[in-house]
Ligand binder design. Sequence first.
Ligand code: HEC
Length: 106
Amino acid sequence: MAMVVLTGCHHLPPSKPLSELTPTEMRGYAIYQSQCASCHYANTEQPLHGPGLQGMFKKPYLPSGAPANDDRVLSAIVHGRNMMPAFGNVLDERQLQDLMAYLHTL
Ligand code: HEC
């Protein structure tokens, strides 16, 4: 049974409900809403201006093909990627950590 669930790539486990977010995750959610939501859906893999981010850490690879780990995701956020702007001068270290905590709930 576990095998069936793990191999079905479009049956990702559901995101953590907003009502269950920790204070850190909730701060990250607020940052996401103000900085990321205009280009990325959080509740589907469907693209908006950039790829949908639902389940991004539950899959082995990011849309670019890079491994879905903290290093690669932080690098995309801090440095930007093609049409995605860089946030290295917008978000401080604490805000980046809060945002990452939220992204892990998707
Ligand atoms: C102006 C639109 C825009 C905004 C704002 C934006 N992104 Fe993106 N994002 C994109 C686009 C376009 C891509 C696809 C880049 C590519 O690989 O060509 C992308 C790609 C990504 C990826 C995938 C990287 C990969 O390696 O595949 C992640 C993760 C991501 N964005 C997270 C975020 C987060 C978190 C924020 C908020 C801090 C954000 N984005 C804000 C447009 C945006």
